[in-house]
Design a binder for this molecule. Structure first.
Ligand SMILES: *Cc1c(COP(=O)(O)O)cnc(C)c1O
Ligand code: SF4
Length: 341
C-alpha cells in the first residue's frame, strides 16, 4: 500500500519540464499576479523585445505581493533603464568569443574549462553577462560535441570540466548523461562541476533521473548554485538541496552583487546564513560585468569593497564569499577587497 501512495504523490507533482515550459513571459501577467500597477515601476516592452521576460512560476511564488521593490522581481522585470546605453558597457565584456577554441568550449584558465551545454535558461536575469553571447553558433550536433570532447582529450592540463550555459540543466538528462560518460572516459579529468540557477528557480529539476546519472559517474560532482537573495530560498529549495546532499554532492553558491537587490551587508549576511542553514557554502560574490543594458545594477568598486568589509565583520570567515571580478586576459578571477580599510 505505501508504494501506491508514493507513486500517486509523485504523479501530482508537475515535472520540471512542464514548469520550464510554463514560465511567465508577459509583463502584464507578472504584474497582475503581484497586484502591481505599471505606474509603480518602469516596465519596458522594448527591453523585453531585446531580451525576453522569462520567469518560472515557482520563483514568482516567492515574490511579495504588492511590493514594487521586491528583490526577486527586480532580477527579472524588463525596465526602461535597460534601453539606455552607458559608456564602457559592451556586448562581450569578458571577451568570451575570443576564447572559443572549438564550438561549445570557453577555455580561459589553465586547468579547467567551460562547456556551453545549453543555450537556454529557465529564467532570464536582467543583469546577465551572457545576454548577448552568440549561442546560435554554439548550438551543437553530436559530431560537434565529439570535437569538443577531442579538445578536452588532447588538453592534458585540464582536470575539471564545468557545465555552463545558458543553464546546463536546461538540457535533458539523456544528453547530460551521455556527455558525462564521454568526459569520464578521459583519464585526466577528475571533477565535473555544474554551474546552474535552474534548481533554485525550478527545484523539481533535481529529480531521480538527474540524481541517478550524476551519482553514477566516477567524476567527483560539484554543483554551484546561483542565489542572490535569501528570499529565493523557500522550503522547496531547502528540500532540493537535501536531495543533493543526501547523495553526497558538494554544493556551493555564487551571487552577483546588484544595486537595489543585495548591495547591503545585512542582506548579504542573511543570504550567507540562510544558504549555510540549507547546507550550502558561499563561494563567489561577483562584481557585475559591464554588460550592455545592465548598468543600472552596477555599484562602484569602492562601495562594493566597503560593503564587503562590513560583511566580513558580520560573519565567520567560512561564510564570507570571495569578492571577485572577471578581468579579461587574467588567469583566474581577480580577488577584490583584500586590503581592509
Ligand atoms: C569563472 C570561470 C571558470 C571557473 O573559475 P573558478 O575560479 O575555478 O570557479 C572557468 N572558466 C571560465 C571561462 C570562467 O569564466
Ligand atoms: S545564464 Fe544564469 S544569470 Fe544568465 S540568464 Fe541564465 S540563469 Fe540567469
Amino acid at each position: 500500500m505505501p508504494s501506491i501512495i508514493t507513486s500517486q504523490t509523485i504523479d501530482i507533482q508537475p515535472s520540471w519540464k512542464t514548469e520550464f515550459s510554463q514560465c511567465i513571459s508577459s509583463i502584464d501577467e507578472l504584474l497582475g499576479r503581484l497586484q502591481l500597477k505599471p505606474e509603480q515601476l518602469s516596465p519596458s516592452h522594448q527591453a523585453a523585445t531585446d531580451f525576453p521576460l522569462r520567469v518560472p512560476r515557482p520563483f514568482v511564488e516567492r515574490m511579495k505581493i504588492g511590493d514594487p521593490n521586491d528583490p526577486l522581481l527586480a532580477q527579472v522585470l524588463p525596465v526602461i533603464q535597460e534601453t539606455q546605453s552607458a559608456v564602457g558597457y559592451s556586448a562581450d565584456p569578458l571577451e568570451e568569443t575570443q576564447h572559443n577554441p572549438v564550438p561549445g568550449i570557453v577555455h580561459k584558465y589553465r586547468n579547467r574549462l567551460l562547456l556551453i551545454v545549453s543555450p537556454s535558461c529557465a529564467i532570464n536575469c536582467r543583469y546577465c553577462f551572457r545576454r548577448h553571447f552568440p549561442y546560435q553558433e554554439n548550438r551543437q550536433s553530436k559530431e560537434q560535441w565529439q570535437q569538443a570532447i577531442a579538445y578536452i582529450s588532447r588538453s592534458k592540463e585540464i582536470n575539471e570540466v564545468i557545465f555552463s550555459g545558458g543553464d546546463p540543466l536546461a538540457a535533458n538528462d539523456n544528453f547530460l548523461s551521455w556527455l558525462t560518460k564521454q568526459i569520464a572516459d578521459i583519464p585526466h579529468i577528475k571533477r565535473l562541476r555544474i554551474h546552474s540557477r535552474l534548481p533554485v528557480v525550478i527545484p523539481s529539476r533535481i529529480d531521480e533521473p538527474f540524481l541517478s546519472w550524476i551519482t553514477a559517474t566516477r567524476l567527483k560532482p560539484i554543483i554551484v548554485l546561483h542565489i542572490n537573495h535569501s528570499n529565493e530560498i523557500d522550503s522547496s529549495v531547502q528540500n532540493m538541496i537535501q536531495r543533493l546532499l543526501s547523495r553526497g554532492i558538494l554544493i556551493l553558491n555564487q551571487t552577483v552583487l546588484l544595486k537595489g537587490i543585495n548591495d547591503d551587508a545585512q542582506v548579504l549576511s542573511e543570504l550567507s546564513e540562510t544558504v549555510y542553514d540549507a547546507g550550502v557554502l558561499p563561494y563567489y560574490l561577483h562584481l557585475l560585468d559591464p554588460i550592455e543594458g545592465a548598468s543600472h545594477f552596477d555599484i562602484s568598486q569602492q562601495r562594493a569593497e566597503h560593503i564587503f568589509h562590513q560583511l566580513q565583520a558580520e560573519l565567520p570567515g567560512f561564510l564570507v564569499p570571495k569578492l571577485v571580478r572577471e578581468i579579461p586576459g587574467k588567469k583566474s578571477k581577480t580577488l577584490m577587497g583584500q586590503v581592509n580599510n
